[in-house]
Each structure stands twice: as structure tokens, then as C-alpha cells.
Design a protein around this ligand. Structure first.
Ligand SMILES: CC(C)(COP(=O)(O)OP(=O)(O)OC[C@H]1O[C@@H](n2cnc3c(N)ncnc32)[C@H](O)[C@@H]1OP(=O)(O)O)[C@@H](O)C(=O)NCCC(=O)NCCS
Length: 188
């Protein structure tokens, strides 16, 4: 699949329990609920949302990244309730010449620890390594973010090391753990 095709019509993916689809303006209330939860944004470069407008702006930012062919962020919904967004997941960055993608993901707290993000991310990785032709998928996570690190371990990512004081988040320099999964490792 070419980048032209991918960026012409937002690709919908499905898994046994989930639909991964474009995030729409109608999802603003759900996005507000998701990013209004301090547990969800704990390791993010943002404070929990307090204004519905912040959710609308985030949806616009996701859309702009798609329109500018920089990223692809899917909204996650359970198959039986496709209009009810429960999380997001996808490529914050697709560096096409390097065949490299950077993933990010978040899920509403009510749905944690049911294997849902592992299921969603597996589909996103399959799409990345096949349709997008990626060679390397990477993820950056706070070293203290046990859930995120366990998810990456489960999907076969390798921890590459610690990026020292890589981000300045919530008033302090923060180390970030870097993980990667290569196309050649995926089928092993
Ligand atoms: C990270 C996150 C998306 C994980 O979603 P999830 O659907 O609960 O994860 P899964 O149920 O698919 O779990 C995947 C693996 O991680 C493990 N895991 C998940 N949450 C965990 C936790 N809090 N502590 C320890 N292990 C955890 C699971 O046990 C599972 O491994 P296993 O099957 O070998 O036991 C979710 O915790 C979240 O939204 N966190 C807030 C946002 C965030 O921090 N995003 C990442 C930024 S880098």
C-alpha cells in the first residue's frame, strides 16, 4: 500500500474485540473524559484536561498530522459500540525515508488490564510493518510507567536504554526509556 493510498482515506482496522477508526469531532466528549483522567495523563507531557475545548484541539491536532502525512492516530472502540471511543493508539510520527514509526497509546481506565491495548497495538504494528512498510517501530516511555513497559515487552519490543533527561515535562527534566521492534524480529 502506498503512502498516497493510506493518506487518501483513513484506514480502519479491526481485531476480535476492537474497531480502530478515525477520531472524529463527535468523539470530543470521550476524548475529554480520557485526557481528563489524571491517571491516564500521569506520564504525559500535559496536565489533565479541564476544558472541553482542549479535547477538540487535540482531535484537530491528530487530524492535522494525518493531513500533513506525519502521523496516524486511531480511535479505539469496542466492536459492539463503535461510536464510543475508549482510547487512542497509533503512529505519532512516521518518518517515511527512514521507514520508522513512533507509537503512542492510551486507554480509558475502566478498560485497563483486559489485554485491549495489546490487541490494538498488535493490529497497528501489523499495519505498520505491512501496509506502511516500516522497518523499525519505536516507543518512548517514562521508566516508571510499568503498564506501558509491560505492554511493549509483551509485544516483543526490546529495551534499548535510557535517554538521559530527554524531555522537560511537568517542570522537571525526565529520563525516557526507549524501546524498539524491528520488522525482522516480528516473525521470529
Ligand atoms: C499503558 C496502557 C495503554 C496499557 O493498556 P492495557 O489495555 O491495560 O494493557 P494490556 O491489558 O493490553 O496489558 C499488556 C501487558 O501489560 C501488563 N500491564 C498492563 N497494565 C499493567 C500495570 N498497571 N502494571 C503491570 N503490568 C501491566 C499486562 O499484564 C499485560 O501483560 P501480560 O498479558 O503478560 O500480563 C494503559 O495502562 C494506559 O492507558 N495508561 C495511561 C496512558 C499511558 O501511560 N500511555 C503510555 C504512554 S508512553
Amino acid at each position: 500500500m502506498s503512502a498516497d493510498e493510506i493518506f487518501t482515506a483513513f484506514p480502519t482496522l479491526s481485531t476480535p474485540r476492537l474497531t480502530l477508526r478515525q477520531i472524529r469531532t463527535e468523539d470530543a466528549a470521550a476524548v475529554f473524559g480520557l485526557f481528563g483522567d489524571a491517571e491516564v495523563t500521569r506520564y504525559y507531557d500535559l496536565d489533565p484536561f479541564t476544558e472541553p475545548l482542549q479535547a477538540e484541539e487535540l482531535i484537530e491536532r491528530f487530524q492535522r498530522r494525518f493531513d500533513h502525512r506525519i502521523g496516524l492516530r486511531w480511535g479505539l472502540a469496542l466492536n459492539e459500540t463503535p461510536d464510543n471511543l475508549i482510547g487512542t493508539c497509533g503512529y505519532n510520527l512516521w518518518v517515511q525515508p527512514a521507514r520508522r514509526g513512533l507509537v503512542g497509546y492510551d486507554l480509558a481506565r475502566d478498560h485497563w488490564r483486559r489485554g485491549l491495548m495489546a490487541e490494538a497495538l498488535a493490529a497497528v504494528l501489523t499495519f505498520g510493518f505491512t501496509a506502511m512498510g516500516l522497518n523499525r517501530v519505536e516507543a518512548l516511555t517514562f521508566p516508571q510507567n510499568t503498564a506501558s513497559k509491560s505492554l511493549l515487552d509483551k509485544l516483543g519490543f526490546q529495551a534499548e536504554g535510557l535517554l538521559r533527561e530527554y524531555e522537560f515535562i511537568k517542570g522537571a527534566a525526565q529520563d525516557m526509556a526507549i524501546y524498539s521492534l524491528l520488522a525482522g524480529e516480528r516473525s521470529q
